[in-house]
Ligand binder design. Sequence first.
Ligand code: EPU
Length: 341
Amino acid sequence: MPKVKIQYNISLKPYNTFGIDATANEFVEVTTIEELLLLVNTFNFSARKILVIGGGSNLLLTKDFDGMVIKNSIQGLELLNEDDESVWVKAMAGEKWHSFVMYCIEHGYGGVENLSLIPGCVGAAPMQNIGAYGVEIKDVFSSLEAVEIETGNIVLFTNSDCKFGYRESVFKNELKGKYIIVSVVFRLSKHPKFNVTYGAIQQTLDKNEIKDITVKAISDAVIEIRTSKLPNPKILGNAGSFFKNPEISTLEFEELKVKFPNIVGYPTSNGNTKLAAGWLIEQCGWKGKQVGKTGSHKDQSLVLVNYGGAKGNEIWQLAMDIQQSVKDKFGVTITPEVNIV
Ligand code: EPU
């Protein structure tokens, strides 16, 4: 018989990579789908706030949470199907994203090597269509199953159902708070085509004199790049990029370029330009700056950090100050990528 144990007034510090010491009124960890269904069928979630967390790596807790935190720890990896070209792997939502990537690397399955070392769990990955170094999860996503909180039904979502965009999906928008993702199926390649469009990958391969490109070689290069630039949340609390890279029209970009000739922007597939928010923030003088117990990281200004003991609202205040200064200097609004609670 499945059982769930509700705990009260629990510190969420171990459950968010910012390391914010906020308290949850109620806290429950589920390790199987049956436990999750029991929970959903037992409690009245229309009268309760809920927050589902996996690795807590994209979360800023600005205050105590006066509802139920559900920690999704449903584990498992399963090879579902294969043909000459592809394999379909089902990963349960509570699997660590990087463990899933390592499973793929060990088996030589291609598609997620560029997404190595991203913190967090599998279940959170489609929520915000995680991406790095020229690849997004939507490129390898086949389908997912999620529990509808209101009914307890398990619903299948295809790639198009998820409405993936840049760090966006239907689960961050119209279906926000309505479903709990339980598993994701990925289609991976047995004959991978490598994506080395992001310059630093090729540079790292060259530097290490790697001639034979494999999923493992790309993964190793990505791990090296990430470790050199992004702070390890176990050592310095952070949630990766705090803001999204803003998209503006190419006309606006050309105008900004007149005033700021070194501005960094990349064309998007819809004819706009995506600006490097890290560059904008650095130009406003924030890079490496410490404000109380918070700051913008010295190697990547887009990453806000907790130097230890910071409150969530202090990080939020820093984020708002950074946002305002970017707006004042460039007339561009940068919006958070991180889920603010
Ligand atoms: N830059 C600066 N100053 C900085 C940071 C960046 O000038 O302090 C410039 C760099 O010189 C570079 C450009 O900005 O020309 C882009 O920087 P980078 O390659 O580090 O990537 P990013 O745009 O800052 C995005 C993702 C990261 C992902 C990397 C690599 C977003 C919000 N972030 O960062 O994702 O790892 O590209 O693909 O899209 C995350 O989402 O948490 C995350 C870490």
